[in-house]
Design a protein around this ligand. Structure first.
Ligand SMILES: Cc1ncc(COP(=O)(O)O)c(C=O)c1O
Length: 377
C-alpha cells in the first residue's frame, strides 16, 4: 500500500458502516471481574482512539510501533528519557530551540549530558566517548536546511553502541523514512505537517525496536504526556490529506526557491541540498523531496521590517507545516535560546528569514513576495 492510501485506509470497517472511526472519550474501562483483564483499563495507559491513531502512525512509517503524545516536545522528552545517569547525547548546535532547552536545562538534573556539535554531518569515530549513548539528528536542519547523512551516522553511532533518534518533523514519512535508513527512533512534532492546519498540538514516536517501544509505553503511562482522544481523532483525520497537502506545499516551495534565486535583492536562499553538491546527493539518496520550508536573506540595504510588514499572506509567526504560509526570524524567535556565537557557527545570521510555504495559489504567493521586496527598498 502506498503512503497516500495508507493515510486514508489504514483504519476501516467501523461499526454501523461508519467511514470514520468512533471517538472513545471514556477515561476508564470496565474490566472482566474474574481475570481483572481487558483491552483497555485507563485512558493514560491506552485508549481505543489513541490506539487507532498509533496504528496509523506506525503504518505511515512502515514501523512496528507508534506512540502519540500531547506535543512534539513530550515525544522528544520521552525519546530522551531512555538516557540515564552518566550518558551523553550528541546533537546539532542548531537543533530546535525546545529540544535545546530540554537538553540544556532538564537533562543535566538527571545526570545526562548533551554535547552540541556544529556540523553533525561531519561526525567521526573521534567524536564518540564510552558515555555517548545517543545521537539526535534533524535533517534537513532548521533553519539552514543543511543535510546529515542518515545511513552514515546510523552506522557510525551503532558501531559505538549509541542510539540514533531522528526528528523528522520537516520531512514526515511522506518524504523520508529514517527507520529504513538505520535510525532507531523517529520523533515528530505532529503540530506541523501531520496536523497541518495550525490548530493542534501533538507529537509522535515510531520505532521497530520492541525494548524501546516498552520504554515509550512506560513514558506515556508514567509521565502522562499523552494525546487526548478528541485530538487523536482530529489527527487521524488530518493525516488523510497529509500527502496531498505536502505535495502542493513542496511544489509551491520549489517554485519560490527558483524565483528568489533569480532576484538580485535576495542575498542567499537555503533549501535542502543547496549548501553543497555533496549534501544534494545525500538528500536525494535518503528523501524523495526538499519539503516546503526555505530560508533566505534580503540583500544589503533592504529594510527587513518593511518587507515583513508589507507581506499580505505569510503571517509573521513561529511554527510551520500548516496550510497557510508563515514566515519567522529564527535568530530572535525559534533559535533565540542559542548564544550569538553558537548561532553564528550554525550559520543562522540575524537577517535570516524562514518561510514555511502553504497551499495557497503559487502566483499569489510570488506576487506577494515581489511587492514586499519593492516595499523593502
Ligand atoms: C523540528 C521540531 N521539533 C520539535 C518541535 C516541538 O514540537 P511541539 O511544538 O509540538 O512541542 C518543533 C516545534 O516547533 C520543531 O520545529
Amino acid at each position: 500500500m502506498h503512503i497516500q492510501t495508507a493515510a486514508v485506509h489504514t483504519l476501516r470497517d467501523f461499526e454501523h458502516g461508519a467511514v470514520v472511526p468512533p471517538v472513545h472519550l471514556s477515561s476508564t474501562f470496565a474490566l472482566d471481574c474474574a481475570s481483572e483483564g481487558g483491552d483497555f483499563a485507563y485512558q493514560r495507559g491506552a485508549n481505543p482512539t489513541r490506539a487507532q491513531l498509533e496504528t496509523v502512525l506506525a503504518a505511515l512509517e512502515g514501523a512496528q510501533h507508534g506512540f502519540a503524545f500531547a506535543s512534539g516536545m513530550a515525544a522528544t522528552a520521552a525519546a530522551l528519557s531512555t538516557l540515564v545517569v552518566g550518558d551523553e547525547v550528541l546533537l546539532p548546535a542548531s537543533v530546535y530551540g525546545g529540544t535545546y532547552r530540554f537538553v540544556d536545562l532538564v537533562l543535566p538534573g538527571r545526570g545526562v549530558t548533551g554535547r552540541f556539535v556544529d556540523d553533525l554531518g561531519a561526525l567521526t569515530d573521534a567524536d564518540f566517548t564510552p558515555s555517548t549513548r545517543a545521537v539526535f539528528i534533524e535533517t534537513p536542519a532548521n533553519p539552514t536546511l543543511r543535510i546529515t547523512d542518515l545511513r552514515r551516522i546510523s552506522e557510525l553511532a551503532h558501531r559505538h553502541g549509541a542510539l540514533v533518534i531522528v526528528d523528522n518533523t520537516f520531512m514526515t514519512p511522506v518524504l523520508q523514512k529514517p527507520l529504513d535508513l538505520g535510525a532507531d527512533v523517529v520523533v515528530q512534532s505532529a503540530t506541523k505537517y501531520l496536523a497541518g492546519h495550525s490548530d493542534l498540538l501533538a507529537g509522535t514516536i515510531t520505532t521497530n525496536d520492541d525494548a524501546l517501544a516498552e520504554a515509550f509505553a512506560l513514558a506515556q503511562k508514567a509521565q502522562g504526556g499523552v494525546l487526548a482522544p478528541q485530538d487523536s481523532f482530529r489527527l487521524i483525520q488530518s493525516i488523510k490529506t497529509l500527502p496531498l497537502r505536502l505535495e502542493r506545499q513542496q511544489e509551491n516551495a520549489g517554485a519560490i526557491v527558483a524565483h528568489l534565486r533569480e532576484r538580485e535583492d535576495i542575498a542567499r536562499v537555503w533549501y535542502p541540498g543547496s549548501y553543497s553538491e555533496e549534501e544534494a546527493r545525500i538528500h536525494a539518496s535518503q528523501a524523495t523531496g526538499g519539503g516546503a520550508v526555505l530560508s533566505f536573506e534580503l540583500a544589503d540595504g533592504l529594510d527587513r521590517v518593511a518587507f515583513l510588514e508589507a507581506l499580505h499572506y505569510p503571517a509573521y509567526a513561529v511554527s510551520l507545516g500548516g496550510v497557510e504560509s508563515l514566515i519567522c526570524r529564527p535568530a530572535t524567535m525559534t533559535h533565540e535560546a542559542m548564544t550569538d556565537e553558537a548561532r553564528a557557527n550554525a550559520g543562522i545570521s540575524p537577517e535570516l528569514l524562514r518561510l514555511s510555504v502553504g497551499i495557497e495559489n503559487l502566483q499569489d504567493l510570488l506576487d506577494d513576495l515581489d511587492q514586499a521586496l519593492v516595499a523593502a527598498r
